[in-house]
Design a protein around this ligand. Structure first.
Ligand code: COA
Length: 374
């Protein structure tokens, strides 16, 4: 029987957006009309945040104010820190984020003038500012390390890397993180953003929207694939073993994490940027074998897919872990790095949905029992 719905909403257009465009057939991703690789090369992280949120680049004063606002508001309150300390250390960091975002204190420590929806945009920016501190502080508590107070950092990611690793990062590390976070900032109606938009459509506040989205991002079929892909490479152990691993996995219908995408029918443009970056950063380090193993998995997958006449390519999650590892970030925290960047995308969708809100409430095709008597 032909069912009157599309499973998983694959290919179904559910609303309109001006924020980003995923052109799967060309392997192109753009934010507000600018391709991501160009944004990485030519604009700063906060300029891209402003663009994604408000549609135009900020002027120098707006950009500097945003940078200052995000750093100043990143510090957690004593109450927030105490809650973080009381969470069992074995809790997955993504569950920590999802549960703490809704109870953050959203009163800003400083003022900032934004182009529209001032009050809700400020609250959202405070959430985005505090997420890096939740991540860094939970990492340090989990590992029995002292919490590090904000240094006098010049940028959001200098601030994050300092509070995470407890030492001043190099310019190269800051630039690397800026690039990965621009790449992951926004991706149209992906599963977590859609979950967030559903939440926003009920007129829930921004912190509920971001928390719902983070809960959705955690899954292995979505953001959680970054942790799973790197752990897979570690399990395989060396590039020579990749071919057998891939053919065994495919024979058992086990998915290779970090491969395949609902929208991209060619290589994911984000993976295109991340692969050479991972290669350069891991060269000569203890992470080189991980990178080479991933590369061998990708090659083996290409061979297998050609045989099956299928198109399955590496996605953004595949090489990201190798990059994050070189920044001192362990696999369990990879997806929280994704959440840190994507929180700005979630906020952009929150603000866009508020401009023309309509409750999202679809129908289901009922296949249960017909009415019967008790
Ligand atoms: N490894 C092996 N086979 C894969 C695959 C992968 N990573 N991704 C897709 N396939 C295969 C499926 O088994 C299926 O084969 P079939 O038609 O013989 O049953 C076919 O390709 C279609 O996959 P499906 O999962 O139905 O497509 P989708 O559009 O729902 O899936 C993903 C998109 C991302 C969920 C899927 O590619 C996947 O699970 N990838 C791994 C997880 C991941 O990296 N997620 C991050 C995405 S950014």
């Amino acid at each position: 029987m032909n069912k009157p719905f599309v499973k998983g909403l694959a290919g179904v257009i559910v609303d309109e957006t001006k924020i980003s465009n995923v052109e799967g057939e060309f392997g192109r991703l753009s934010y507000r009309g600018y391709e991501v690789h160009e944004l990485i090369e030519k604009q700063s992280f906060t300029e891209t945040v402003w663009l994604v949120l408000f549609g135009e680049f900020p002027n120098p004063e707006q950009n500097s104010n945003l940078n200052k606002f995000l750093i100043e508001n990143s510090e957690l309150t004593n109450f927030e820190t105490e809650i973080l300390k009381s969470i069992p250390k074995e809790t997955h960091p993504m569950l920590v984020l999802q549960s703490l975002v809704p109870i953050l204190n959203l009163k800003p420590k400083s003022e900032i003038t934004l182009p529209f929806n001032q009050a809700e945009a400020i609250q959202g920016l405070v959430v985005c500012a505090k997420i890096p501190s939740l991540v860094a502080n939970f990492f340090r508590l989990k590992n029995g390390l002292d919490l590090v107070k904000n240094s006098d950092s010049n940028s959001v990611h200098e601030n994050f890397l300092f509070t995470f690793n407890g030492k001043k990062p190099s310019e190269k590390e800051i630039k690397t993180l800026d690039a990965t976070q621009v790449l992951q900032m926004e991706h149209s109606f992906n599963a977590s953003t859609f979950a967030g938009r559903i939440t926003a459509s009920t007129l829930s506040p921004v912190q509920s929207m971001i928390s719902a989205a983070i809960g959705t991002l955690y899954g292995k079929l979505h953001g959680g694939a970054d942790e799973a892909a790197l752990k897979m490479a570690q399990e395989i152990g060396s590039p020579e073993k990749a071919k057998d691993f891939v053919s065994n996995a495919l024979a058992k219908k086990i998915k290779i994490m970090g491969m395949g995408h609902r929208e991209y029918k060619t290589v994911d443009p984000r993976a295109k940027v991340l692969k050479p970056m991972a290669e350069e950063l891991t060269k000569g380090t203890k992470f080189e074998t991980e990178f080479q193993t991933l590369k061998a998995v990708e090659n083996a997958m290409q061979v297998e897919m050609e045989k099956r006449q299928k198109e399955i390519w590496a996605n953004v999650e595949f090489y990201k872990g190798a990059v994050f590892h070189t920044l001192g970030i362990p696999p369990e925290f990879f997806t929280t790095m994704f959440a840190m960047a994507r929180s700005f995308g979630y906020l952009a969708h929150f603000l866009e949905s508020r401009l023309d809100n309509k409750l999202i409430r679809p129908k289901a095709f009922y296949t249960g029992e017909t009415i019967r008597k008790i």
